[in-house]
Ligand binder design. Structure first.
Ligand code: ZN
Length: 492
């Protein structure tokens, strides 16, 4: 019997009719370890057979290796059991079979700057409401099966959402929760605690590790003493610290022992002529100087890159949020605008157009180009580059879609599509210490698999054509997840 498994009821679900060939025998009983999904989650599940075989599919395995055509991928009870040529990879009895001719599978993205909040369209003060409804679904729909939250404004909410997802009560990615921002005096939003001193940094880190966070992010005004105290406390418990720094330069942070630096060169103040020790300078002035004067190939920048690599400090690329600052640059995609609350859409488009009106005075085209070059050079020097979207700035950077955009922008930076996918999957898993479980497609790993119509190795824009996202072997319906939160970004 042949069955059409894709309901064509989604107005925008084009070209996604899959046919199941014969089902081979009775379905095995569901694994005991599988969560009991709530009805609200079951609504988004398209495929929940205990054993599934994807056949005739192109495999990009996330290692950076060339795509392999006409493959079979088999997974059972959430784990991949085989990846190999269609001609000689057996399919076990009872497996549900999907013919994926014309499709590509890649590992689920490991989003490494994937917050749970979005800038409020109204202010001041600057506020970042938690997006517990729309963000988990949009991440999953976009193929992001693991996220690091990389700074939290509601750490208790993030921890509770993670628990609900793991227990099958909410649809969303595997979450790695970062504690509240470790910020010094001078925060620009009332949602951040301002550390009083190094002892406060230590106590704050200890408290949140006890609550279950598994990483920290230092922020712009933290002092070197506070950062050192937080790093020491975190490392004592095997927990990593990243930073979006400003008062502290990259080399200084590496010497203190930081593990990762967010955003890249755009936020490194150490080359700014007006930099004073321990003080965050005016970001506009610092960025203007980088854009106009700093040569990425110059010895000081290349020395900094070598120093980070020697200290095993990763860099997290967040190109989508920077792209919104470049005049006339960020794509105006219908799917992104449709996801947004009307007020949020208007706020985003107004600021975007004001930036574009001021194009003649903008240093961002030059700065963006230098950031791309910096990230390329960092990888060339042996550095571990991670990928995220950073759904902040003035809006318009939306989970899932933004993670896909990040991969496209890495290709623009000069990486091949295969390298860009490797950065957005395996590298994040490696940094998180999860590479034996996720990040690439191989037997023994979790079946976190993104089904894409087309071939992103030939045309990176195909990365946007996600149709099914498997997380631990459960197949979620991407268009249905997106449709369920239409108009909610900017609200909740
Ligand atoms: Zn951020």
């Amino acid at each position: 019997m042949r069955r059409v498994i894709f309901a064509a009821s989604f107005s925008f679900a084009i070209a996604c009719l899959f046919f199941w060939p014969d089902t081979y025998g009775p379905e095995p009983a569901a694994a005991q370890s599988r969560p009991q999904f709530s009805p609200g989650v079951r609504d988004f599940i398209k495929i929940d057979s205990a054993s599934v075989a994807l056949i005739h599919v192109r495999v990009i395995d996330g290692t950076g290796a060339a795509p392999r055509e006409n493959q079979t991928v088999v997974f059972t009870d959430g784990k991949i059991t085989a990846v190999g040529d269609f001609s000689n990879t057996p399919i076990s009895g009872g497996a549900k079979v999907l013919d994926l001719t014309g499709y590509t599978v890649i590992p689920g993205f490991v989003g490494m700057h994937d917050h749970m909040y979005y800038p409020s369209p109204s202010g001041p003060p600057a506020m970042y409401p938690e997006h517990a409804t729309s963000f988990p679904r949009l991440y999953l729909a976009g193929g992001v099966t693991s996220i690091r939250t990389t700074g939290s404004v509601e750490p208790y909410a993030d921890l509770a959402i993670k628990k609900a997802i793991d227990e099958g009560r909410m649809a969303g990615p595997k979450m790695h929760i970062t504690g509240p921002y470790l910020e010094g005096a001078g925060s620009f939003t009332p949602q951040m605690h301002e550390l009083r001193d190094a002892e406060d940094a230590r106590k704050t880190a200890e408290f949140w590790m006890d609550q279950g966070v598994t990483s920290f992010k230092a922020y712009m005004h933290i002092t070197p003493d506070e950062l050192a105290a937080a790093v020491k406390a975190a490392h004592a418990r095997g927990i990593k610290v990243t930073g979006h720094l400003c008062s502290i330069g990259f080399r200084e942070a590496a010497a203190i022992g930081i593990d990762d630096l967010e955003h890249g060169l755009v936020v490194d103040t150490e080359f700014f002529s007006g930099k004073k020790p321990g003080v965050c300078p005016n970001a506009q002035e610092a960025d203007k100087e980088i854009a106009e004067k700093l040569d990425i190939e110059s010895a000081p920048v290349q020395d900094m890159i070598r120093d980070l690599v020697a200290h095993h400090v990763a860099i997290t690329s967040t190109l989508p949020v920077f792209e919104t600052l470049v005049p006339n640059r960020a794509p105006l995609t219908k799917r992104v605008l449709d996801a947004m609350l009307p007020e949020a859409r208007i706020a985003y488009l107004s600021t975007r157009s004001a930036i574009s009106d001021n194009a003649a005075n903008s240093f961002w085209p030059a700065l963006f180009k230098k950031e791309l070059q910096f990230e390329r050079d960092f990888v060339k020097a042996g550095g571990l580059l991670l990928a995220g979207l950073d759904p902040t700035g003035y809006g318009g950077v939306v989970p899932g879609f933004g993670d896909q955009r990040e991969v496209e922008l890495l290709v623009e930076a000069g990486f091949t599509p295969l390298e860009a996918i490797h950065i957005a999957t395996a590298n994040g898993a490696q940094f998180l210490g999860e590479l034996d479980r996720v990040g690439t497609l191989a037997a023994g790993k979790a079946a976190d698999i993104v089904v894409i119509h087309g071939d992103p190795s030939a045309n990176i824009a195909d990365i946007e054509k996600v149709e099914i996202v498997f997380k631990d072997g459960i197949g979620y319906d991407s268009p249905k997840l997106i449709e369920s939160v239409r108009g909610l970004v900017g609200l909740r």
